[in-house]
Design a protein around this ligand. Structure first.
Ligand code: CS2
Length: 493
């Protein structure tokens, strides 16, 4: 098979394709720059924008930029930005071709080109899926001003490396050219993601000059909650999809049927009519975000770390392990009580839907994929709930076993788990701590310090004590017996 999926071959695709772009792609103009054009963006925001383009809103094409690797560019540029989105559920697979990405850029290859796109007056929104670690927060939650990327961007603003450097330089140039600022929409799994990004950008701009900081402070950064499970594409997926298409798609994206996007409706420079396609435009995203982070992502991390320790390769296998399954139910019982009770959240139905989604065996969602970047994820997924539980005099044992399982899985890399099986931005320091071979108490204290978990919180000693007790169990009796002990504890209450 030599032909690639492209504008030229689009008309030759066979009938089993459920949907293809039915709009004139040559008439689309750029309205959105997306930073971090990985699989998640392509399964989620790009699909909603594709719906808007198909409805005739042709001024919202996406320029997709990778901030690090050129792999997405290399796969999609020869395909005119087209790719297959495969929705996989118990009733089979639905293939859809997405056409909303009209141009691709690789920031490190040509930062000036990305700055040009960001200063294009037609671009009115910048969306981001850059993952938690790219926000470059220090242990106290502020901007990590010592980060080499930040230092480089302060030294030479015209060749940015970080998202902060790109956005602030683009905003400065737009201001100087009399172009209105774009709206910045974070789509990452962080609490108050828009407000968090806004704060970090202002801090960064402040390091350049205070007038610029004032200007950046006036830029709208609405928060949003994004939800769709997107396992990494495998070679088998590439082959299967390409065989069905009859042309090669170098990077199809796998996902589940479920999709949700809740957005704070604050777009001074305009926006597509996303609400026509199921997007919830609301005044306050916070309750939705918290429910998602604490119930979905918290359980995901738990399933991932316990699953890794128990030898389960995928979420469906780990969640299908009866001990892990009932552990996660108990984790949910702890976490759900921390959610706001006056926001109309239906946690019961949410948990029922999650149970079905995690059971989806058509998705081979690897536990090692979710295990990445634990130091960046656990604060909003687990630690926040645990603090709230202690605050109200309740226990947080299940939540803290998840933290202990992360620490245990991290220290087993290189022995029982392959080296680099999952990674973390704090890896070199985590490895130093593991090498010291300290007691559970010492190890947990060092890791809480390093990652800034519960920094300055009165409950931190209790959280550490719980995590250390659980880490001891995992080290001495192993994950199976630890889960059995938790189970026995639940039934005896
Ligand atoms: C997962 C998320 O990898 C992870 O950490 O928990 O990517 C999760 O699949 C998405 O947030 C679902 O919306």
């Amino acid at each position: 098979m030599t032909d690639r999926l492209s504008d030229k071959t689009l008309g030759t695709l066979p009938a089993p394709i459920d949907d293809v772009p039915r709009y004139d792609r040559t008439a689309v103009t750029p309205g959105i720059v997306h930073l971090g054009v990985g699989a998640f963006h392509r399964a989620h925001q790009a699909a909603y924008v594709d719906d808007c383009l198909a409805a005739g809103e042709l001024s919202w094409g996406i320029i997709g930029a990778s901030l690090q690797s050129a792999s997405t560019y290399d796969a999609l540029a020869p395909q005119d930005g087209l790719y297959t989105l495969a929705g996989r559920g118990s009733d089979g697979e639905r293939l859809r071709i997405i056409g909303s990405i009209q141009q691709m850029l690789v920031a490190p290859r040509d930062p000036a080109k990305l700055l040009d796109a960001l200063t294009d007056p037609r671009v009115r929104i910048v969306t981001l899926t850059i993952t938690e670690k790219a926000y470059l927060r220090n242990a106290a939650g502020g901007l990590d001003a010592d980060h080499p990327g930040i230092q480089a961007d302060l030294a030479d603003p015209s060749k940015p490396q970080t998202v902060h450097g790109f956005l602030v330089e683009a905003l400065a140039r737009r201001r100087d050219a009399g172009t209105k600022p774009f709206t910045i929409l974070s789509c990452d799994n962080l609490p108050s993601n828009g407000a968090t990004l806004h704060r970090l950008l202002v801090q960064f701009a402040e390091l350049r000059d205070s007038d610029l900081a004032k200007h950046v402070a006036g830029v709208a950064c609405p928060s949003s909650m994004v939800d769709r499970i997107v396992p990494a594409t495998t070679d088998a997926d590439r082959q299967r999809v390409s065989t069905i298409l009859g042309v090669e798609d170098a990077w199809p994206v796998m996902t589940e049927p479920f999709s949700q996007w809740v957005i704070e409706d604050n777009f001074p420079a305009g926006r597509p009519q996303w609400e026509k396609f199921g997007v919830e435009m609301v005044r306050d995203v916070r309750p939705f975000e918290e429910m998602k982070l604490r119930l979905l992502n918290g359980a995901h991390s738990s399933i991932a770390y316990l699953g890794l320790l128990a030898g389960h390769e995928t979420v469906a296998k780990s969640f299908g392990d009866p001990r892990i399954h009932s552990f996660v139910q108990a984790l949910w019982s702890e976490a759900k009580t921390t959610l706001p009770s006056d926001a109309g959240l239906d946690t019961q139905s949410y948990i029922a839907a999650l149970t079905e989604r995690f059971d989806n065996t058509a998705l081979a969602h690897r536990t090692a994929q979710i295990a990445n970047d634990g130091s960046q994820k656990l604060p909003q997924r687990i630690i926040g709930s645990a603090i709230d539980r202690l605050e109200t005099g309740n226990s947080a044992e299940h939540l803290m076993l998840t933290v202990a399982a992360w620490i245990r899985a991290a220290e087993l890399r290189g022995t029982e788990l392959p080296t680099g099986h999952f990674t973390d931005p704090l890896d070199s320091k985590l490895a130093d701590i593991a090498r010291r071979g300290g007691s559970a108490v010492e190890t947990v204290a060092a890791i809480f310090d390093l990652a800034g978990f519960a920094k300055g919180n009165v409950h931190r000693p209790d959280l550490e004590a719980m995590a250390a007790g659980h880490l001891d169990l995992l080290r001495i009796i192993g994950v199976e017996a630890t889960l059995a002990q938790f189970e026995a504890g639940r039934t005896s209450h």
